[in-house]
Design a protein around this ligand. Sequence first.
Ligand SMILES: CC1=C(CCC(=O)O)c2cc3nc(cc4[nH]c(cc5[nH]c(cc1n2)c(C)c5CCC(=O)O)c(CCC(=O)O)c4C)C(CCC(=O)O)=C3C
Ligand SMILES: [Fe+2]
Length: 350
Amino acid sequence: MSLAPFSAVLFASYGGPDRSEDVLPFMRNATAGRGIPDARLLQVSAHYELFGGKSPINELNAQLMDDVRAELLRRGVEVPVVIGNRNWHPMFAETIGALVDAGHERVLAVATSAYQSYSSCRQYCEDLERAVDGHALRIDKLDPFWADRRFAEANARSLVAAVRALRGKVGSGQIRILFVTHSIPLAMDEASSTGAPEARYEAQHLRVAAQTATLAGESLGEELAWELTFCSRSGAPHIPWLEPDINDRLPEVQAEGVVGVVAAPIGFISDHMEVAYDLDTEAKKTAADLGFPYVRAATVGTDRGFVEMLVDRLLGHAAAVREGREAVEVCRYSTGTCCLSRPELRGATR
Ligand SMILES: CC1=C(CCC(=O)O)c2cc3nc(cc4[nH]c(cc5[nH]c(cc1n2)c(C)c5CCC(=O)O)c(CCC(=O)O)c4C)C(CCC(=O)O)=C3C
Ligand SMILES: [Fe+2]
């Protein structure tokens, strides 16, 4: 196996603070030019402070990278696997500077984000492009992997465990799976992927949710009732974002006679702050206040099948480039048809 013509793998992630002093500077980077009200900034900073100012994201990325590095080695591929972030150190520019200094000319990037939208895909491409500008280094970014069956299989394994845990608490009554993802502005959803309704960010999640529920239901021998909910809405109140918020749905679902819920965060690949705060702190408390049994399914994290999927996709892209084949692309950023750019979105939201 070979990663040629690429000589390194770059994990492209969001970034997060490791200590209290870094929370506000990180928040300023994350919200620069985004029209996020100051009140929201302080509110989210407080979420980080609840965890001592330390985001879980950096350690979780490091664990995933260790497993990807080991799986590459198992297949005879020994290359540096490095991290670069959009909003906190090491920033893309710092990591790319180090790669250039070490003599790398072609690097393969993979974003720690499964879906296509401006925030989860194109913004990574744009920021990477800006960071390589002027350097003799070329970066290919792997396409978003939400449609890969193995991503749904990994999510289904987590869901099976969570449903079993919930059944242990509530017995045989009617339960509901609340799949959860990061809300985005409606205008960003409409501009995501090709913009066709069936290809958008929300529709991508509905497909992953349906497949995950079907696979988990088959293992469990029960049909799972599910719906898609959202978390982490920000921005000004008058701008519409994807709904419903999971906290708003919890009392409604309980009123429908459901005896317990599983929150299954298919929108995130690891237990970073949105999961630690929005789900494990906030939604969990909402459910507890209602006396409504609530179990949170694991994110895919370092699930073995998920790691193998990432490595297959890295090696598959390299082979396609060597053989002069167009990889099967779902992201058409390179041809200008994936996710409208930020200025166009701005016009649409404000
Ligand atoms: C789609 C999506 C993902 C998933 C894809 C991906 O993983 O990239 C994601 C991930 C993440 N978002 C994160 C943190 C933040 N996101 C913010 C703000 C925003 N996110 C948005 C979208 C997304 N965000 C949007 C549309 C905004 C509004 C501002 C804008 O239009 O850009 C803000 C500002 C405060 C606030 O407004 O909440 C913060 C601090 C962290 C780090 C967590 C940690 O530290 O563990 C991670 C992984
Ligand atoms: Fe975010």
